[in-house]
Design a protein around this ligand. Structure first.
Ligand code: CA
Ligand code: CA
Ligand code: CA
Ligand code: CA
Length: 364
């Protein structure tokens, strides 16, 4: 019969036999020094290597690419945000971060600008038509058009003048001299010119233009309630009235009405075609196009065509000018103009439209 001491030694030797598993980490070190896949120490770090997150610290310290903790951040490296779906607060299809106003479903990248809304619909502050008469303008689509390939005879941009003389970037180099005080104010494109009834600009002579095809076009902004309320407030004119029944021009009447002036001296013909109206105190494009007897007046793409039969214009000797009639200086214009141009050809409706769109898209 084994003694008591022999029994103790037997039990001790069984316990020390190799291969007998120890399932708990029963030391006091901070490492998990067993080989099982659980983290059975108490130090709150995950010190095993099995790839599962079996601690309680709330961070995802494995490398499996999933976000298996409960924190609100995406702390894996899989490239997707697997914590939560993208937020589109206003349901306009543009998620938070991309949408400039995720509480307004009318604003998102690529939306069409509503002019005068005071809202940046297309999420691009540089594209804005609020100061124009247009109801809306699609910058995303219209601004893919190329620049119109047109060479004006005269282009007065009103950016500045030297000693009261405004230079011309058109092919005729027709400079103009201010009567009264020059007034350059922020216009449609850079600076424009402001006319108060005591100032206007005249060139030294009439323009040399074809008698059967030409175009006058300018941006205009005028108070249609307070100003230009009588007849004949000239925007642009050339060769008008010397001798009588010569030249051409475009003017405002009764505040908002546009009209053309076409004179043919040989038969003492005069035609005063009526165009569309302008709106109040916002920039609008106005054009008079004469094309072999037909006169078209455009206001922001709306057109009125004169059906009055007319022959070629006869150019007289009165100088080209803006904001007054060189034949009668009581016919002044009150308001603002910018980018006034004359062409020695009849622009098409598409030419006029394309020019307006290009200038809207590219103005500084
Ligand atoms: Ca929005
Ligand atoms: Ca807007
Ligand atoms: Ca915009
Ligand atoms: Ca300008």
């Amino acid at each position: 019969m084994p003694s008591r001491s022999m029994l103790f030694l037997l039990m001790l030797s069984l316990a020390l036999l190799p291969g007998c598993p120890t399932t708990d980490d029963d030391d006091s070190a901070a490492n998990d020094d067993d080989a099982t896949s659980d983290d059975d120490d108490a130090t709150s770090d995950d010190d095993d290597a099995t790839g599962d997150d079996d601690d309680a610290t709330g961070d995802d310290d494995d490398a499996t690419g999933d976000d298996d903790d409960s924190a609100g951040d995406d702390d894996d490296s899989a490239g997707d945000d697997d914590d939560s779906a993208p937020v589109d607060g206003d349901g306009d299809g543009s998620p938070e971060g991309e949408d400039c106003d995720d509480n307004d479903a009318t604003s998102y990248p690529g939306a069409i600008e509503e002019c005068g809304s005071g809202v940046d619909e297309d999420c691009d502050p540089s594209t804005n038509c609020d100061d124009t008469c247009l109801p809306r303008f699609d910058f995303a689509t219209s601004c893919n058009l190329p620049a119109p390939a047109l060479s004006p005879v005269v282009h007065w941009d009103y950016e500045s003048e030297t000693a009261g003389v405004i230079s011309d970037s058109g092919t005729s180099s027709t400079s103009g001299t201010w009567t009264g005080t020059p007034a350059h104010t922020p216009g449609f494109w850079g600076n424009g010119a402001t006319f108060d009834g005591t100032n206007w600009i005249l060139a030294g002579a009439a323009l040399t233009l074809p008698t059967d095809t030409f175009t006058f076009v300018t941006w205009v902004k005028a108070d249609i309630v307070s100003d230009n309320n009588s007849e004949l407030h000239f925007l642009m004119s050339s060769g008008n009235g010397s001798p009588g029944y010569t030249g051409a021009g475009i003017f405002l009447t009764d505040g908002e009405d546009t009209r053309g002036l076409l004179e043919a001296q040989n038969s003492a013909w005069e035609s005063l075609p009526t165009g569309p109206t302008i709106c109040d105190s916002k920039w609008t494009q106005v054009a008079l196009v004469f094309d072999q007897g037909t006169a078209n007046i455009y206001v922001d793409g709306a057109v009125a065509t004169s059906t009055t039969p007319f022959t070629d214009v006869v150019w007289g000797a009165r100088p080209f000018g803006v904001a007054n009639d060189p034949n009668n200086l009581g016919r002044f214009f009150v308001g603002e103009m910018d980018e006034s141009k004359v062409y020695g050809s009849a622009l098409s409706a598409n030419d006029v439209d394309t020019m307006r769109a290009w200038e809207l898209c590219n103005r500084p």
